[in-house]
Design a protein around this ligand. Structure first.
Ligand SMILES: N[C@@H](CCC[C@H](N)C(=O)O)C(=O)O
Length: 278
């Protein structure tokens, strides 16, 4: 599937014994038709009332606690396969509510953002995470500087720029993702405010690279924009693959809405998992 161009494999292992390991995730990505930005593995539910327990793998085999577009794709897959308009999924970051939003696509409640430096996490204390001391380029004329940082289930840094196309994120992304200030690495975004209710975003994803869309980054940018007074709490975030609508509710929860698309169905050869067990 894809969520506005974010390439997602939904692997339904409910009722099956296989479990995805980092090496199996990388092997699946290398199969013909198996490429993904994220693999969403569905396991039997652990908590009453949930449809599935979900593990999220990046293409490099690393795991994430959150994936907004992938969660929306899982929601669409389950609504189409099993009916209903609302469901609960369990992730390592907690329970996520997913709702069929009709013509607008699928909405996921991403929970509440965390702003404390230790929760992002950062390697050293920062009292104010709306803008931390981090820059690249010459010391007196930095190319990118003072990102907002936030955790929306996964760590994000957002650099505010006038034009997202004016910077080579493919070049700076790897350096920033792996900067020592981010002990668990980070997703890196360039964000431009285009109105009090809209942003343009380009994302270098942790464990993946440049992607056409990243739902959690859209949430991270939207709450950071509102928190720094750049926008209101409801924004349309334009990414290379399309637009996501983000609402940061007064109770702190972030709601993300946007379309999903089915691409093709396939089967994973058992050898991918057998090789792991050997
Ligand atoms: N594309 C995802 C984010 C996936 C996880 C990220 N790469 C990480 O490791 O934190 C989204 O739509 O949120």
């Amino acid at each position: 599937m894809n969520g506005i161009g974010n390439e997602i494999v939904v692997l339904d292992l409910r009722g099956r014994p296989e479990r995805v390991t980092p090496a199996a995730a990388r092997a699946i990505a290398a199969l013909p038709g198996g490429h993904f930005d994220q693999l969403m593995a569905l396991y039997p539910p652990r908590t009453p009332g949930t449809k599935a327990a979900m593990a999220i793998f990046n293409v490099d085999g690393s795991q994430s606690f959150a994936c907004g577009n992938g969660t929306r794709c899982v929601g669409r897959y389950l609504f189409d396969a099993e009916g209903g308009t609302k469901l609960l999924l369990e992730t390592r970051a907690g329970l996520l509510t997913v709702t069929d939003a009709g013509a607008r696509g699928v909405t996921v409640d991403m929970g509440k953002p965390k702003f404390d430096w230790a929760d992002i996490p950062l390697a050293e204390p920062f009292h104010d995470t709306r803008a931390i001391e981090l820059q690249i380029g010459p010391i007196d004329a930095p190319v990118l500087h003072s990102p907002s940082v936030v955790n929306v289930g996964n760590p994000h840094a957002i650099f505010w720029v006038a034009d997202v196309e004016a910077h080579d994120l493919g070049r700076f992304g790897p350096m920033l993702e792996n900067h020592p200030i981010f002990p668990e690495r980070a997703n890196i975004s360039l964000a431009a405010v285009t109105s009090p209710a809209s942003l343009t975003l380009k994302v270098w994803e942790r464990g993946v690279g440049l992607t056409r869309a990243c739902g959690s980054a859209a949430c991270a940018a939207a709450v950071s924009a509102a928190r720094t007074g750049r926008t209101g709490r409801e924004v349309a975030v334009a990414l290379p693959g399309g637009t996501l609508d983000i609402l940061w509710r007064e109770d702190g929860h972030i709601l993300m809405t946007g379309p999903t698309a089915f691409e093709h169905r396939g089967e994973i050869p058992a050898a991918v998992f057998a090789a792991e067990a050997a």
